[in-house]
Design a protein around this ligand. Structure first.
Ligand code: PLP
Length: 368
C-alpha cells in the first residue's frame, strides 16, 4: 500500500495514485439523488465504475434502491459490504458462476439479466438444487446491438419460460441504450434514447397484456439519466459514471456542466529530456486511453497527453517546459473512469487537498 498517512497533503501521496475529490463526489451523489426524489423511477447506480463499496454505501445512504453490477464477482464484493439488493445487468452463464449466483441469492435479493432459454434452464437448475429464489430480468436489445432479445414476442417467450420455473422469478425487463449515452448534443441524445426506451416500455405493455406482471423496467446510463429517469414506464436507472466522472462524459452536453470532475490521477515528472518534452511515471498500466488521451491543465490550458507507453506518459508541448521539472507532480483527468479505476488498488479521498480516507477498490479486477 501507498505509505501516505491520512491527513497528508496531496503532494505527499506516492504516484501514480488515483484521487477522488470528496466534495465533488458527494456533490455528484447528492445531485443525482435529488433528481430522483420526486420521480417514479428509482436510482440503482452501476458500481462497475467505482468498484468501491465505500462509495456504493454513500449512494445507498442518499436513497439509491440498490446497486447494479456487471459481474458475479463484483456482486460478491458488494454483498460482503452488506449491500443486499443487487441487479447483475449482464448474463451469468457458466455452471460455476451460476452456482455462485445461487449461493449469493441465499441471503441477498439478487436479480440477473437473461436472454436465452438455456441460461434460464441452468439458473433454474442451480436455484432448485439450493432451494433459493433468483430474480431475473429479460434483457431486450433496444438498439445497442450487444446482448438481449429483440423487443416484443421474443421477450414475452422468455418471460413465459421463466414463469414456469419454481425457483426463478420473473421480475421484469432491462435494456441499455448505450449507443446513445455519449451523443454530445442533448436534443439528439434525447431523441435517440427515447426511441430506444419506447421499445422497452412497449415490450413491458405487451407482456402485461398477456397477463405477465412486469414490475421492473431497468435502463439508463449517466448520459441518459434524466431521459430514462423521466420516461413513463421506466422504474430503475443504472447510471454509474456520474459519481466520479471522466473527461469523456465531461464533454457531453448537459452532463459535464451538471456533475463535477471528482476523479484524477496524480503523476510525477520523472524526466525532462528536452525543453518541450516531459515524461511522467504514469503509463497505460495506470490510466486507460481507449476513449482518448488523458487530459491535463497547464497554465489554465487544457492539453492532452501526447502518448502513453506501458509505464511512461509523454507530454510534448512548449508549455511543458515552463515551470515543469523533474520531481513535480501533476494531475491528469482520465478519459474513461471505469477502465482507469479498475487498474488501481486504492482510491485516495481528498478534501481541500488533504487525504481524508484511503478506500480499497475491492471490486477492481473482478471481471469473472
Ligand atoms: C448495462 C449497463 N448499464 C448501465 C451502464 C451505465 O454506465 P454509465 O453511467 O457509465 O453510462 C452501463 C455502462 O456501460 C452498462 O453496461
Amino acid at each position: 500500500m501507498n505509505p501516505c498517512e491520512i491527513g497528508c497533503p496531496k503532494s505527499h501521496v506516492d504516484t501514480p495514485a488515483l484521487l477522488v475529490d470528496l466534495d465533488a463526489l458527494e456533490y455528484n451523489i447528492k445531485k443525482m439523488a435529488a433528481f430522483f426524489k420526486d420521480k417514479e423511477a428509482r436510482l440503482r447506480p452501476h458500481v462497475k465504475t467505482h468498484k468501491t463499496p465505500a462509495i456504493a454505501l454513500k449512494q445507498l445512504k442518499e436513497g439509491a434502491v440498490g446497486v447494479t453490477c456487471q459481474k458475479i464477482s463484483e456482486a460478491e464484493v458488494m454483498a460482503r459490504a452488506g449491500i443486499r439488493d443487487i441487479l447483475i445487468a449482464n448474463q451469468v452463464v457458466s455452471k460455476k458462476k451460476i452456482i455462485r449466483l445461487a449461493e449469493l441469492a441465499r441471503d441477498n435479493a439478487i436479480k440477473v439479466a437473461v436472454d436465452s432459454s438455456q441460461n434460464i434452464e441452468d439458473i433454474s437448475e442451480a436455484a432448485t438444487a439450493k432451494k433459493v429464489t433468483i430474480g431475473v430480468v429479460v434483457e431486450v436489445d433496444i438498439g445497442m446491438n450487444r446482448c438481449g432479445v429483440p423487443p416484443g414476442e421474443p421477450a414475452l417467450d422468455l418471460a413465459l419460460e421463466v414463469e414456469r420455473k419454481r425457483y426463478v422469478k420473473f421480475v421484469g425487463l432491462m435494456g441499455y441504450e448505450g449507443h446513445t449515452v455519449t451523443i454530445s448534443s442533448y436534443p439528439q441524445r434525447k431523441d435517440e434514447a427515447s426511441k430506444a426506451l419506447r421499445l422497452l416500455v412497449d415490450t413491458k405493455k405487451f407482456i402485461e397484456e398477456k397477463g405477465v406482471r412486469c414490475t421492473v423496467v431497468s435502463a439508463g446510463g449517466t448520459g441518459t439519466y434524466d431521459i430514462a429517469g423521466s420516461f413513463p414506464g421506466v422504474t430503475e436507472v443504472q447510471a454509474g459514471s456520474y459519481a466520479t466522472m471522466d473527461a469523456k462524459y465531461g464533454s457531453v452536453e448537459g452532463i459535464g456542466g451538471t456533475f463535477k470532475q471528482a476523479l484524477s490521477l496524480l503523476a510525477t515528472i520523472i524526466s525532462k529530456p528536452s525543453e518541450d518534452r516531459v515524461v511522467i511515471d504514469t503509463g497505460m498500466k495506470a490510466i486507460s486511453h481507449e476513449f482518448g488521451m488523458p487530459v491535463l491543465e497547464i497554465n489554465n490550458r487544457r492539453l492532452e497527453l501526447s502518448s502513453l507507453a506501458e509505464e511512461h506518459g509523454i507530454i510534448r508541448h512548449p508549455l511543458a517546459a515552463k515551470g515543469m521539472n523533474v520531481g513535480d507532480v501533476i494531475e491528469l483527468i482520465p478519459t474513461h473512469g471505469c477502465t482507469t479505476i479498475n487498474l488501481h488498488d486504492y482510491l485516495y479521498g481528498l478534501r481541500k487537498g488533504i487525504v481524508e480516507c484511503v478506500w480499497p477498490i475491492s471490486a477492481r479486477g473482478k471481471f469473472h
